[in-house]
Write a protein that binds this ligand. Structure first.
Ligand SMILES: Cc1ncc(C[n+]2csc(CCOP(=O)(O)OP(=O)(O)O)c2C)c(N)n1
Length: 346
C-alpha cells in the first residue's frame, strides 16, 4: 500500500498542499505549542508535580494535522498520549494538567467541547467513538467522531467490534491509528503479521489509508477526506499514521532497553516540526525571531495554566463518590458513609 505524503522531510512539496501558507503557519505554531506543552509535562513529572506522563513527541503532526480537519462540535475520543489533538480541538491545558495530577475534574472539559476524557484502557474508547457517531447519525446532527489509538490497540477485541459495527451501520467515525512502531516494548512487527494496519480496513469493508504521520499537510488532507466522507453519509475510514514516538512510552520506562539507538536516530531526521519549518523557510515565511516570539507566548500561556491547575483546591476523597452517579449505589453509599464516619472520628 502506498504511503500518502505531501511534504517530504526536506520541506519540499511533492504533491499539492491542502492549505495555503497562512494555514500552514497556524499548523506549525500549533505543533510548536504541542511540543512545548509535552516537554513541560515530562519535566513536571520529574519534579513530582504530575503523575505518570505519556509523551507524544514525534507525533505532533499526526495529532495536530488530523484534529485540524474537524469542526467545533465534532466528537473526539483519544488516549493518554493524545493531549495535542485534544488541545487542538479545544480541551484547555488546565484540564489536561488536572487530569495528570489525578484530579477527576480534569476529565471534564467545558460544555461546548465534545471530547471524552483520555482513555487509559487500551482500545476501549474506540467503541465509545462509534456509539457517539451512531447517535449523531440517528439524531441527524451532522457531527462526526474521531478516535485515536496506537498500533497495539489494533490487537484488542474492541478494535474489531468498533470497526465492524462502524462499517455495518455506516457510522461517521474516523479511526486514526498512530502507528508509532511500539506498544510499550512490543514492536510493530511483533504485534501483527498484517503488512499494514491500514490494510485491515479491507476486512471490514471501509476505506483504509496509509499516510506519513510526520507530515502535517498529508495528515490534514487524508483526515479532511475522511471527515467529508463521514459527514456526507459515506461511513467510516481507517487512517494509519506511520510515525514514531521519539521518547519513552511513559515517564516510567527506558526505551533504550528495547529500541536500537540507530533507529531512534534515523527517525530524528524525520521530525514533523523541522520539515514544516524548512517548508516555510523555502517560502520566505520563517525567521528565528518570529518563532521565538511564538514560543515565548506559548510558554507564558502554559505557565498560566500550570499556575491555575496548581492553585486549584485539592480534590477531596468524598468527591470521588459524587463523580459517577446521581444516586449512589448501595455499595458506594456504604463506602461513602464509612469514609464520613472515619473522617468524623479523626
Ligand atoms: C486493556 C489494557 N491492556 C493493557 C494496558 C497496559 N498498557 C498501557 S499502554 C499499553 C500499550 C499500548 O500501545 P499502543 O496501543 O500501540 O499505543 P501507544 O502507547 O504506543 O500510543 C499497554 C499494553 C492497558 N492500559 N489497557
Amino acid at each position: 500500500m502506498e504511503q500518502r505524503c505531501i511534504l517530504d522531510p526536506e520541506g519540499n512539496l511533492i504533491s499539492e498542499a491542502p492549505v495555503g501558507l497562512d494555514e500552514t503557519e497556524r499548523l506549525f505554531d500549533a505543533m510548536l505549542t504541542a511540543r512545548l506543552y509535552d516537554r513541560k509535562c515530562s519535566a513536571m513529572q520529574r519534579q513530582g508535580r504530575l503523575a505518570t506522563y505519556a509523551p507524544y513527541e514525534g507525533q505532533e503532526a499526526a495529532q495536530i494535522g488530523s484534529a485540524a480537519a474537524l469542526r467545533p462540535g465534532d466528537w473526539m475520543a483519544g488516549t493518554y498520549r493524545d493531549a495535542a489533538a485534544m488541545w487542538m480541538h479545544g480541551y484547555p491545558f488546565v484540564n489536561l494538567l488536572l487530569f495528570r495530577m489525578g484530579d477527576e475534574r480534569g476529565g471534564c472539559p467545558p460544555e461546548d467541547v465534545f471530547i471524552l476524557p483520555p482513555s487509559i484502557t487500551v482500545g476501549g474508547h474506540m467503541i465509545h467513538a462509534v456509539g457517539l457517531a451512531w447517535a449523531s447519525l440517528i439524531k441527524g446532527d451532522d457531527r462526526v467522531a474521531i478516535t485515536y489509538f496506537g498500533d497495539g490497540a489494533t490487537s484488542e477485541g474492541d478494535f474489531h467490534e468498533a470497526m465492524n459495527f462502524a462499517a455495518v451501520y455506516e457510522t461517521p467515525t474516523i479511526f486514526v491509528c498512530q502507528n508509532n512502531q511500539y506498544a510499550i516494548s512490543m514492536s510493530r512487527e511483533g504485534q501483527t503479521r498484517s503488512a499494514t494496519i491500514a490494510g485491515k480496513a479491507d476486512a471490514y469493508g471501509m476505506p483504509g489509508v496509509l499516510v506519513d504521520g510526520n507530515d502535517v499537510l498529508a495528515m490534514l488532507a487524508v483526515t479532511t477526506e475522511a471527515v467529508d466522507r463521514a459527514r456526507s453519509g459515506g461511513g467510516p475510514t481507517l487512517i494509519e499514521a506511520f510515525t514514531y514516538r521519539a521518547g519513552p512510552h511513559t515517564t516510567t520506562d527506558d526505551p533504550l532497553r528495547y529500541r536500537p539507538a540507530e533507529e531512534v536516530d534515523e527517525w530524528s531526521h524525520r521530525d514533523p516540526i523541522v520539515r514544516v519549518r524548512r517548508y516555510l523557510q523555502h517560502n520566505g515565511r520563517w525567521d528565528h525571531d518570529r518563532e521565538q516570539t511564538v514560543l515565548d507566548g506559548v510558554a507564558a500561556a502554559i505557565e498560566a495554566a500550570v499556575a491555575e491547575a496548581e492553585a486549584t483546591d485539592p480534590y477531596t476523597a468524598i468527591e470521588v463518590f459524587e463523580a459517577m452517579y446521581a444516586e449512589p449505589t448501595p455499595v458506594l453509599k456504604a463506602q461513602r458513609d464509612a469514609l464520613l464516619r472515619d473522617q468524623g472520628s479523626a
